[in-house]
Write a protein that binds this ligand. Structure first.
Ligand code: F6R
Length: 601
């Protein structure tokens, strides 16, 4: 994973690199580092933890200048998250930052040790610095080219040398973009991080090398032949990156959901006529000839995808397989199918690999993402955007509910074309969906009640989230949120399955969160838990009288259609997890061991 950054130009490189790294932290925040060349020497600063920790160190030693430099923010794969393993790695006059994995690093390391190189870290990337040094013969681009010729694995690397006034970059299976600005040239893992300096962006493609100088950037292939890549003008909204009045991004983003849901919906329907404007890049005949759909995603996006298991057969009139992206490689999809990648970041490696596989097999591909210009948008036949603005907290919230909004409208569109629903039905469904932001707002007003319940959850050793049908993915999402930010072992289960095993874990130190806003069958499952001593927190529909009698704590949710109820329950469990983590005094926006975007397989 990790984020890499580089700058060469007339300005001091250190502060620019720090600013870029701050926007790359979603790729990892186990350690960070920068290296700049000043007066013919490499100056490097590294720190454990976030870029803010690095910045503190940098400010104490700001006496060094240097207008060329590289930076890195790390998510640990090889070697613990220590300063020793932080990038940049230095070998004599060479410094390197790397995103990716050097799979044959042990073989390369042994050879380099035989040749007298001394290793300081346990990190696979260190071999790249020594390898480039080993091959260096007065030409940095040549040395990088020879080095990557020996590497098995993936890389987005940036190298600098005290002897060369340039950065040399190389990529394979990891993203790297070059920005051409008025005040120099930039390189980084994504567009967003350098858009604060320039909107003139070039994406590197696999197996190319870039030579980035003060005035220009040149792209070559590993044999030194020129490669023509064009700059594009990107237009990103960078305004919205403050906490405003919220203590954490996560809480701010939870509260943004009425707007993000509304904005997403408005981008795929016409609010006046209640018609669907969503374009999926397929003609009606092509839609009708589809045999099935594959919805592929990871983590929270997978939970949004799971909603289609109930939604598509009923509404879209199409069979659907919902798969976690890391498992899709073992699945043989049916040929005449639509592949739908759901990914907030558009960069999740497993999702991208699945999409490439689907494309290679000739499936039509559709991406649902929140990030303009992300890699998934380059790979998919067609992209639909969720309109959430940037999501900074590692725990996804507003993008999850917006993904459900897109999937709902997509199902209605497919259902209309397939003749499963009438246009009158479709208009009614669209109108119901349009009520959701208002309901979310209403639910957010119950925040204080949820906070009170969370105080009890903070004592919990184990939380079970249960639900049926659409409430099952919502239950899984609640469990994921509770685990990732409140560090409480949590399971999201279909309510009817508890008795087939997990019930054995229920004790008086566990909490069961029952999503019971519709359907009566869950009542008996709640009773099974109660009989074993578990505390029950139930989210019920307004006016419920049955579950109320058996649950320990009850929170009412507006009474709505099932899928909308699942959206509301999801917002409720987001708040529950948030306040549980807050009660435990945890760091919330950047939970331990995680990263916002998972760019390794
Ligand atoms: C959890 C979370 C992760 C992501 C997962 C997929 O809150 O955010 O589970 O959902 O890493 O990321 P995207 O959606 O960017 O593909």
């Amino acid at each position: 994973m990790c984020g890499v950054a580089g700058y060469v130009g007339p300005k001091k490189a250190g502060p620019i690199l720090l600013n870029i790294l701050k926007r790359l932290e979603y790729r990892g925040y186990d350690s960070a580092g920068v290296a700049v060349i000043d007066n013919g020497k490499i100056f490097a600063i590294k720190s454990k933890g976030t870029t803010a920790d690095l910045e503190k160190k940098y400010l104490k030693r700001e006496n060094f200048g240097g207008c060329i430099g590289i930076g890195h923010t790390r998510w640990a794969t090889h070697g613990k998250p220590t300063i020793k393993n932080a990038h940049p790695h230095i070998s004599g006059h060479i410094a390197v930052v790397h995103n990716g994995i050097v799979e044959n690093y042990q073989t390369l390391k042994n050879k380099l040790i035989e040749n007298g190189f001394k290793f300081k870290s346990d990190n696979d990337s260190e071999v790249l610095a020594h390898l480039i040094n080993y091959y260096y013969n007065g030409d940095l681009a040549d040395a990088v080219s020879s080095a990557i010729g020996r590497v098995v694995g993936s890389y987005a690397l940036i190298a600098l040398s005290v002897n060369a006034g340039m950065l040399v970059c190389a990529t394979k299976d990891a993203p790297l973009v070059i920005g051409n600005g008025v005040d120099g040239n930039y390189v980084a893992s994504d567009i967003y991080s350098i858009a604060q300096y320039t909107n003139k962006i070039m994406r590197m493609v696999d197996n190319t090398i870039a030579i980035i100088e003060d005035e220009k950037s040149t792209i070559i292939d590993p044999l030194g032949r020129p490669v023509i890549l064009d700059y594009e003008n990107v237009d990103l909204d960078l305004k919205d990156d403050g906490f405003f009045n919220y203590p954490h991004f996560m809480l701010k983003e939870i509260h943004e959901q009425p707007k993000s849901f509304q904005d997403t919906l408005s981008s795929v329907i016409s609010t006046m006529e209640k018609d669907i404007t969503l374009d999926i890049g397929l003609s009606e005949t092509e839609i009708r000839s589809l045999e099935s759909a594959y919805v592929v995603a990871s983590g929270t996006s997978y939970h949004a995808g799971l909603m289609t298991r109930y939604l598509f057969p009923q509404t879209a009139g199409i069979m659907v397989n919902v798969e976690t992206a890391s498992e899709f490689r073992y699945i043989e999809p049916r040929p005449n199918s639509l592949f739908i990648a759901v990914t907030q970041s558009g960069e999740t490696a497993d999702v991208l690999a699945s999409l490439k596989k689907a494309r290679d097999l000739g499936l039509r591909t559709l991406a649902i993402t929140n990030v303009k210009g992300s890699t998934v948008t380059e790979l998919a036949d067609k992209t639909i955007y969720t309109r959430c603005g940037p999501e900074f907290a590692v725990a996804a919230t507003k993008t999850f509910t917006a993904q459900i909004a897109v999937l709902l409208i997509l199902a209605i569109k497919l259902g209309l074309v397939n003749g499963v629903i009438t246009s009158k039905d479709a208009k009614i469904m669209v109108s119901e969906a349009e009520q959701t932001p208002r309901y979310i707002q209403y639910l957010l007003e119950k925040e204080a009640d949820i906070q009170k319940v969370a105080e009890q959850c903070a004592e919990s050793e184990c939380c079970f989230f249960i639900g049926r049908e659409y409430l099952y993915p919502a239950a899984r999402e609640g469990a994921l949120k509770m685990e990732e930010i409140a560090y409480i072992t949590s399971i999201g289960y279909p309510a009817g399955e508890l008795k087939h095993g997990p019930l054995a874990l229920v004790t008086d130190k566990s909490h069961v969160v029952a999503l019971a806003t519709y359907g009566r069958t869950i009542r008996s499952n709640i009773k099974e838990v109660q009989a074993r001593g578990g505390d029950i927190i139930a989210f019920v529909s307004e006016g419920d009288t049955e579950v109320r009698q058996i649950a320990t704590k009850v929170i009412e949710i507006p009474k709505t259609k099932p899928i909308i109820s699942a959206v509301l329950c999801s917002v409720a469990v987001q708040l529950l997890a948030y306040y549980t983590a807050k009660e435990k005094g945890l760091q919330i926006d950047k939970p331990r061991n995680l990263a916002k975007s998972v760019t390794v397989k």
